[in-house]
Design a protein around this ligand. Structure first.
Ligand SMILES: [Zn+2]
Length: 117
């Protein structure tokens, strides 16, 4: 990206002027920039993701505030995968428990219907 006035490549992202400009620019995926050399402020197509934007992907690691090695270990895929594994394991155990009569549904119902004194 180059400055439209002096053709300098020393461009930095400029602050948006209020929420109205911010919303209008974000809809067009444009952003304000400022030239370091001549100080010109101009609007251009923004290809870099907005660091403070609401559309930024937030992973589980971000949500949990993980930093360093746990962040690399607890990826979204890993967390979702282990959740899925835990759920299917729980379902399997429940199925076996019912099939082998480890859980007696009749006695459970009797316990539930017994009034507590
Ligand atoms: Zn310039």
């Amino acid at each position: 990206m180059k400055c439209p006035s002096c053709n300098s490549e020393a461009i930095r992202r400029s602050r948006r002027r209020g929420p109205q400009e911010g919303t209008a620019l974000r809809l067009k995926s444009e952003a304000p920039f400022r030239c370091r050399d001549c100080g010109l402020r101009f609007i251009a197509q923004s290809d870099a993701p907005d660091p403070g934007g609401a559309d930024r992907h937030v992973s589980f690691a971000d949500y949990l505030g993980l930093r360093g090695w746990p962040r690399r270990v607890f990826t979204d895929e890993m967390i979702l995968g282990s959740l899925l594994a835990a759920v299917s394991m729980g379902l399997t155990v429940a199925l076996f428990a019912l099939a082998y009569g480890w859980i007696d549904l009749e006695s459970l119902r009797a316990v539930a219907s017994t009034p507590i004194r």
